[in-house]
Write a protein that binds this ligand. Structure first.
Ligand code: GTB
Length: 224
């Protein structure tokens, strides 16, 4: 059965692969599982039919037979548990890889995502610079700790795992910022993740959605 995921009809990141369907697409590409995508508008995400799949009106979601799931981390874990390639066979190594998945989503992502939101929505607030400094201080602390743990290794714990996949998707939100460049081993880690062929296929697929939406819009703009 081909699973169906949801993604933005028109991602606000303009095809940079920062929305959370990217991590699900990447996991599917890593394990070689074909998938379909249903694109949803912001309006459709508020409709009861979508809220039945995702109670918070967000993407991504997962439909596979009689199983529906939401939360990108849960979806990636589901994929990793059912296919070889994203979690080690050894029980202890597997538990550690899952711990890294949680670390990516629970420890690293919150301050990094808060910075993204501040830069998009709070830029005009009188306290913006102060808030940004606080958030970046928190991020710097976490990046320093993560960089110390990674050291010169390629991946966080042995072979590439779903923990690395989630960590790279979280850290790449800092691409181009000095925060990441201050930790050269983390910048190299993100680049290593992005160089994986499966990442490239997932990135191209989400970019194609944005490109098609832009073309449609410029086409209809011409007819009006
Ligand atoms: N915890 C949930 C998960 O991991 O699945 C969070 C899902 C989530 O935040 N989804 C976002 C969404 O649907 C899209 S990814 N938002 C619509 C809404 O809440 O109304 C977050 C996101 C959006 C845009 C950018 N960007 O433009 O750079 C980056 C990330």
């Amino acid at each position: 059965m081909i699973p169906i995921i949801t993604a933005f009809e028109r991602s606000p990141d303009r095809g940079q692969g920062q929305a959370r369907d990217m991590r699900v697409r990447w996991a599917l590409e890593e394990v070689g599982q074909p998938y379909d995508v249903r694109l949803v508008s912001f309006e459709a995400m508020r409709e009861p039919v979508h809220l039945a799949l995702q109670p918070f009106g967000q993407i991504p979601t997962w439909e596979e037979g009689d199983l529906t799931l939401f939360e990108s981390g849960a979806i990636v874990l589901h994929i990793a548990e059912r296919h070889a390639g994203l979690l080690p066979q050894d029980a202890n190594a597997r538990a550690r890889a899952i711990a890294w998945m949680f670390a990516a989503l629970n420890t690293m992502e919150p301050p990094i995502f808060d910075r993204t939101i501040a830069r998009i929505l709070e830029r005009d607030e009188p306290w913006y610079e102060q808030r940004l400094a606080v958030l970046e201080g928190r991020i710097r602390k976490r990046l320093g700790e993560l960089a110390a743990r990674l050291g010169e290794a390629d991946w966080l714990d042995g072979e590439f795992s779903a923990g690395d996949l989630l960590m790279v998707t979280v850290l790449r939100r800092l691409n181009g910022s000095e925060l990441l460049e201050e930790q050269p081993n983390l910048a190299a880690y993100v680049a290593r993740g992005e160089a994986r062929p499966a990442f490239g296929r997932a990135f191209d697929a989400q970019l194609a959605v944005f490109t098609a939406a832009s073309k449609r819009e410029s086409g209809s703009g011409g007819r009006i």
